[in-house]
Design a protein around this ligand. Sequence first.
Ligand code: NCD
Length: 326
Amino acid sequence: MSATHFQLDPQGRLLHFLTIEGLTRRHLTDILDTAESLHGVAERRVKKLPTLHGKTVVNLFFEASTRTRTTFELAAKRLSADVLTLNIATSSAVKGESLLDTLRNIEAMQCDMFVVRHEQSGAAEFIARHVKPHIAVLNAGDGRHAHPTQAMLDVFTIRRHKPDFAHLQVAIVGDILHSRVARSLIHALNILGAGEIRVVAPRTLLPAQVENLGVRVFHCPDDGLRDVDVIVMLRLQKERMEGALLPSEPEFFQRYGLTEERLTLAKPDVLVMHPGPINRGVEIDSRVADGPRSVILEQVTNGIAVRMAIMSITLGNHARPAGEAV
Ligand code: NCD
């Protein structure tokens, strides 16, 4: 069974959250609507709900992270769970045995949810296949493969500003090849029926047969950014690059960097997005990153509500006996 089906129970409900691929529009809109209802919790005097009271969430981070780790932690805390965050330095290869050992030890502490980030594609699924059945596993980024909660917070941010997806034109710009964010976001936008998804990058930073993902390919920002509603900029993920794929950072900025001038190609109410961490002067000019069209920090805030939604949905489905109506 692929990760796509493995994350669902026989009734099609989410037990884990490993990948966007294979989910339905209903799955995604349920998450978005739940996140919308949880968004206001942050404005309350007491920023907490009892949903996960008595549950233990373990963040297993085998790879560096700032936003994702802290927003998962805050999301779990705002749902009243007990939270443990482990940053585990690891060698470059998954050693099945040692990963399983780590898992067994943490499992022995009677936890209910694992949030996993790992440099190897497939790591979260591997863990989901080996944990006890009452544990939910959420993928917080696996190699180049998927980053499904980031995709959900991205589409949540877009929907709050531009709810008409049928006419939405989105350009994803930069290092698509190494980006799990781009892959998951493309799937989510397609499932939600976005009008047009463009990828804008040099040939060396595009995966082979990228068109098969349901995108239009542009090599030049002057064409790719024209009249778009949303621009998603991506970092050059040098830690995942083998060999020289790029001339130099200054040259990349000159050809692809999002400057105020390039921004004028897009619709006047364009949203500028970035999953972070941003590299100012490499893929984006500071004036654009901090400018009036940027929703980059809003994405971070929205990440909390979206992760709260995914945590409560998956753990809620674990608690419900199979066969019971949603
Ligand atoms: C991204 C990631 O780790 O995949 N960042 C994030 O989760 N906010 C993108 C990146 O590292 O460039």
